[in-house]
Design a protein around this ligand. Structure first.
Ligand code: IPE
Ligand code: IPE
Ligand code: MG
Length: 264
């Protein structure tokens, strides 16, 4: 990476991360999986700071999936405890850095006291402007689409929406937080090549970056490496390369097709 410079004018607006590999990181060191989650929290701190420094506007972190509820109860409890600890320790730092925190997911499955603390933390940061930090908690991509469909059907029953006129934009307005733009860059750590039920609707045209680096080892340099890789790509959104190069393509939501690389 050294020698290559990030172009600050072409930083992805929204980076979403599947933070995977905590357990394997720990097991390789003869430690408990819990130790891996603890070290993973250090990576969260580092990446939030780095994202702010780089001028990323939205950072979404997949912290706990709906499927993760099926893990051994002790591990689930420890993950909940770590979330609580993060809120306790990091909220001041988050406020100092003018970061707005939001959540997506089925929070009603969290223990009530924790849910209240999460919601209080979110409320405290409301209106902060430097960056939006989204935690996907008790989150599933299919569940999000089902939850959207449920609310949409209710509105249809009430006559607020005409099924004949339903389009993608209207549907997307029923997702958990429609004000968040689609991710430009999706990072998955931990050497797996799958999306594990993350942001299924929103990643339709995200650039995907996968790395062997386990999440507890992922730091600022790794984020920069991912962005550098993103900046070398050409985002075509179904157009031809020539259309992208000549700027002869229809505008679309979230910015038109363009060469992420800019040069060459
Ligand atoms: C990611 O690390 C953290 C969560 C899913 C909460 P894992 O715990 O999945 O670690 P591996 O994949 O088993 O190594
Ligand atoms: C994805 O990791 C979920 C989070 C990072 C929160 P998992 O470890 O749960 O994913 P799979 O089971 O390997 O697909
Ligand atoms: Mg995993």
């Amino acid at each position: 990476m050294r020698g290559d410079l990030l172009r600050s004018e072409d930083v992805p607006r929204h980076v979403a991360v599947i933070m995977d590999g905590n357990g394997r990181w720990a097991e390789r060191r003869g430690l408990s999986r819990i130790a891996g989650h603890r070290e993973g929290l250090e990576s969260v701190r580092a990446v939030v700071r780095a994202a702010g420094d780089l001028g990323i506007q939205y950072l979404t972190l997949y912290a706990f999936s709906l499927e993760n509820w099926s893990r051994p109860q002790a591990e689930v409890a420890e993950l909940m405890r770590l979330l609580d600890h993060y809120l306790d320790v990091e909220l001041e730092e988050v406020m100092r850095n003018d970061i707005e925190v939001r959540t997506i997911g089925r929070l009603d499955r969290l223990p009530a006291a924790l849910r209240e603390r999460v919601e209080a933390g979110v409320a405290r940061t409301r209106g902060n402007r430097a960056m939006t930090l989204v935690f996907a908690l008790s989150y599933g991509g299919r569940a999000e689409i089902v939850d959207a469909a449920r609310r949409l059907m209710r509105d249809a029953e009430l006559g607020k929406i005409d099924p004949e006129r339903l389009d993608e934009k209207t549907f997307a307005a029923y997702l958990y937080d429609p004000s968040i733009p689609d991710p430009d860059l999706l990072i998955r750590t931990g050497a797996e090549s799958r999306v594990s039920n993350f942001l299924l609707w929103q990643i339709a045209y995200s650039e995907i970056y996968m790395t062997e680096v386990m999440w507890p080892d992922f730091r600022s340099e790794d984020l920069q490496r991912a962005i550098l890789d993103y900046q070398r790509r050409e985002r075509r959104f179904g157009m031809t390369s020539e259309q992208v190069r000549t700027g002869d393509c229809a505008p679309r939501r979230g910015g038109g097709a363009r060469r992420a690389g800019g040069t060459g």
